[in-house]
Design a protein around this ligand. Structure first.
Ligand code: GLN
Length: 494
């Protein structure tokens, strides 16, 4: 029988319809693969019993001939999505043991369409990080290795468990959230595809909040088509999220394979940033050539406020996080450390429950929101954010999509970039501007570095125009024909 864990979502759906295999077999293959790859630490909580139950229900639907959009597809759920009755930790000690009494809209949509949940995927604590090294449940290991070097590498972050699980063939797809790059950067580091839709496209209801004006759920898979199927299920208006936008969700798969002839692809000149690996610049140029060969027109555009994006993000995101995380006080959720009085209990609970990076952000956020500094930092950052949004709006008068690198380097080793937090923050230099502007973005694998690691390119689009992003990404996907596998898997497939 074919290696079931290596199928794409689309192939699996076809196989299930043709009764080549059952959902229970497909799920069992993924459970087996997960058990053999526990050292990657992709999951905080495995939910194999849930998966088996959902598989049976799904098999029954196929037997009746009424398979749904994602019926029987095994996925990983970032442990930031509340799942009813199933522990949801946000990778923090403070939420250990928390079992939400309700389901997030996105996970609910996926279950409605028949997806099977294998587990709650590891992440950076409260989605704060770029390397999945801030989780209270341990680091996630990237299934890729440098050629001739066995040093464990980071999967990127914050959705590191989701990305590593999909790359290591432990799940066919996964949910992620992207506040400043947490879907696109791990997708690039793990050699898979990830889409962050427009802010407002997927409901944030039931997603543990980090920075509410930036957080956006999205999907990981191993190609654009599978991402389109997942996003189709996840997206849509939700009255339970006041920032959800009531805008029809098109059939994303219809954009795949459409001609890009005449499509205007912008190359933002400010994205030639010092410190970007020359290999990544070369990859970017090859991506541009692929678009040109497919008939697209390349235009030079300027996003002049790019240089302020990171700084303003690190005012706005911590500000919102300090406010959102105020709710973890030992009274309502998870951890409680008793104290001599109420204040003492709050302090002890928060001191014991939050990790170092989360505390740093709460401190910065509280500072920039404090009476004397609110205007100087927070309000100023909001004004700059508007300018960043205007940059994109102007650029999209000249082009239909933007093509850029996803990250300035390939995956780095665990422990690297830890000298000071700013070095780590620089990793998101190419992803944060579009997050600040709320615009959709996608990363897809395009090539390998000289030491054998995957490198990704990013496509950004106009608000609610994920369709054009899919169309352009699919053209590059076809030309790049990225088929490399993580070294840790190669021996098993041969
Ligand atoms: N790495 C960025 C941060 O640490 C973005 C994280 C995210 O998108 N959730 O804030």
């Amino acid at each position: 029988m074919t290696n079931l864990t290596h199928l794409t979502i689309k192939e699996a759906l076809t196989g299930l319809k043709k009764k080549d295999f059952t959902v229970s077999e497909l799920t069992a293959a993924h459970i087996k693969a997960t058990e053999a790859a526990r050292h990657l630490n992709c999951y905080i909580t495995e939910t194999f019993d849930v998966a088996r139950k959902q598989s049976k229900e799904s098999d029954a639907r196929y037997a009746k001939g009424d398979g749904r959009l994602l019926d029987g597809i095994p996925i990983a759920m970032k442990d930031l999505f509340c799942t009813e009755g199933i522990q949801t930790t946000a990778a923090s000690k403070i939420l250990k043991g928390f079992k939400p009494p309700y389901e997030s809209t996105v996970s609910g949509n996926l279950f409605r369409d028949g997806a099977v949940m294998l587990g709650k995927a590891n992440l950076d604590e409260f989605a704060m990080g770029s390397s999945n090294t801030t989780s209270a449940y341990g680091n996630v290991i990237n299934p890729w290795r440098r050629k001739g070097d066995d040093k464990p590498l980071v999967p990127g972050g914050s959705s590191g468990g989701s990305a590593a699980a999909v790359a290591a063939r432990l799940a066919m797809g996964a949910t992620g959230t992207d506040t400043g790059g947490s879907i696109r950067q791990p997708a690039a580091f793990c050699g898979i595809t990830g889409i962050k839709p427009t802010y407002g496209r997927c409901s944030r209801f039931g997603v543990v909040a980090f920075a509410s004006s930036l957080d956006q759920p999205g999907a990981f898979a191993r190609n654009t088509e599978d991402c389109a199927l997942l996003l189709q299920s996840m997206a849509g208006f939700d009255p339970k999220d006041s920032t959800s936008v009531n805008c029809p969700v098109p059939d994303y798969t219809q954009f795949l394979g459409q001609s890009v002839k005449g499509l205007k692809v912008g190359m933002p000149r400010e994205y030639r940033i010092d410190g970007t690996s020359p290999e990544i610049i070369k990859l970017w140029e090859s991506g541009v050539q692929m678009m040109r060969d497919a008939g697209a027109e390349i235009v030079d555009v300027s996003l002049p406020h790019t240089k302020y994006a990171l700084q303003t993000y690190y005012v706005i995101a911590p500000a919102e996080c300090s406010s959102n995380l105020a709710r973890y006080d030992g009274v309502r959720f998870g951890l409680r450390v008793e104290g001599e009085n109420l204040i003492d209990m709050y302090e002890k609970t928060r001191a014991a429950g939050f990790g170092k990076e989360v505390k740093r952000r709460i401190l910065i956020g509280t500072y920039v929101l404090s009476a004397g500094y609110y205007d100087a930092y927070y309000n100023k950052a909001r004004r700059v954010r508007k300018l960043i949004w205007q940059d994109f709006t102007e650029a999209y008068k000249k082009c239909d999509v933007l093509l850029t690198p996803t990250a300035p380097t390939a995956a780095f080793a665990i422990g690297d970039n830890m000298q000071d937090p700013v070095t780590m923050y620089l990793n998101d230099i190419f992803t944060i501007p579009a997050s600040m502007a709320g615009m959709p973005g996608m990363s897809l694998p395009v090539g390998l570095s000289s030491d054998g690691l995957p490198l990704g390119l990013q496509l950004l689009g106009r608000p609610f125009d994920e369709g054009t992003v899919f169309k352009a990404a699919h053209a590059i996907e076809k030309a790049a024909n990225f088929t490399a596998l993580p070294q840790t898997l190669l021996s098993k497939v041969a």
